[in-house]
Design a protein around this ligand. Sequence first.
Ligand code: ADP
Length: 495
Amino acid sequence: MQSGKNNKKSPNTLTILIIGVIFLGGILAMVATGDIDAKALLTQITAFVVILVIILLISSIVRSRSNPQPPPQMQVDLGIEKDFIIRPTTSNVTFNDVAGISEVKEELVEIVDFLKNPKKYRDFGIKLPKGVLLVGPPGVGKTLIAKAVAGEAGVPFFYQSGSSFVQMYVGVGAKRVRDLFNKAKMMAPSIIFIDEIDAIGKARGNMRNDEREATLNQLLTEMDGFEDSSGVIVIGATNKIELLDDALLRPGRFDRRIYVELPGLKDRLEILRVHLKNKPFRGNLETIAQMTVGFSGAALASLVNEASIHALKKGKLYIDESDFFAVKDKVLVGKKKLQTYSPQEKEILSYYQATKAVVAEWLGVDFERITLVKDDFKEEDKEIVSRTELTNKIAVYLAGRVGVEEKFKEKFSNAHLDLKKARDLAMKMVRDYGMGNSLVASDEEVGEILRDAYQQVVEIYRTNQEMVEEVYKLIMDREVVHLEDIKKIKEKILG
Ligand code: ADP
């Protein structure tokens, strides 16, 4: 490009030189023959300058037409491609560095074994998932877990963030995906970790975005293209699985999903322990775990760090609880999105969940455990479900609202998701299953189902308030209650 410019320049310089020489020659000739006065000389020079300017103008216009600048997009693309080098890292993180979340680790042990001994699995013709999706809020350790899998298996770890694929220019993302998979296959067994995969895999919906679509299609093609036994495992992470394109979740792609939740009391204690391992801490960790409801692993890690700095600044030899108290709010301010609860909010949530748990147990709606922030009611896997089973489920969705309203004589906004579930289910019963009074669906019938369920819950609550109170205390204390606990409390109270 540079040499082309020079070539274009030289004829102009030559023209100017020739004209200059002719003019100067003319003037010199006139001066030599004594044929010129001062005025004529000035006119000659002015004419020379004017002609020179005109020539320069014309030549620059002609040049810009015949030799347009390359579009800025091409230049930028080249820059990006040069910077984008796919290099794996070697992870020295192990499962010991990941505190708590034992269920998540258990699920991944098999994958580690597969990466270590792919032949063993191949010989038996066993197919393992190509893609594992880690679903959970930010900072709960999804990246850490993926690194631990790579570290445990001793395989190369390819990290990419979903947003790094989605560039402004069509084709770049798809090429990156292709390069990434090629490299990973070359170095198999290996792990590809794609953080924030929703940046690529957002459901396509109405909004068209050619680049993202091209990138997503390339990712799907790559995942379909490699053999189950190739030894490449793709781990994706997202906190918005509901936004993901269905195509990504189909069999043979990210068909294994692992949910990573905010740590409960026990896990918070373990995470604090891991991060305080080589630090001089003296005090009661339990207290700190108690006061950090809603903290993610990342928030706990930065809490430990801030507390250590605080102790150091104070010139102390040991870190203790007071350092944690002093910096707690600072950590919270830094993490605006962090979910934390005031003591009063914790009471409301605990009572809400306690009522839900008691009503669910009473009506036989199955669950294993209910935590301060989450329940895990089993999805129906039956083909045919009765009206009674469905209304029981609605009753459970309404239970938290009923309990809290009865107890605190006030309604709170935390019920909104459950209320939506209740409404949606009632609507489905009336519209799709014809479970209203008539086969012609009406809003009135939806309302009636909800009202009946509400009334039923009020009755269950009033007769079992003592039980709700007991379960409430348990959740306040431990943040979790298991179905077994409720059965025990029930036996104790009812005899
Ligand atoms: P995510 O990928 O879910 O956003 P990260 O894996 O990036 O979360 O976690 C950020 C940091 O938080 C980790 O590097 C680690 O220091 C800390 N952390 C998160 N979860 C845990 C855990 N279970 N045990 C120990 N440390 C954790």
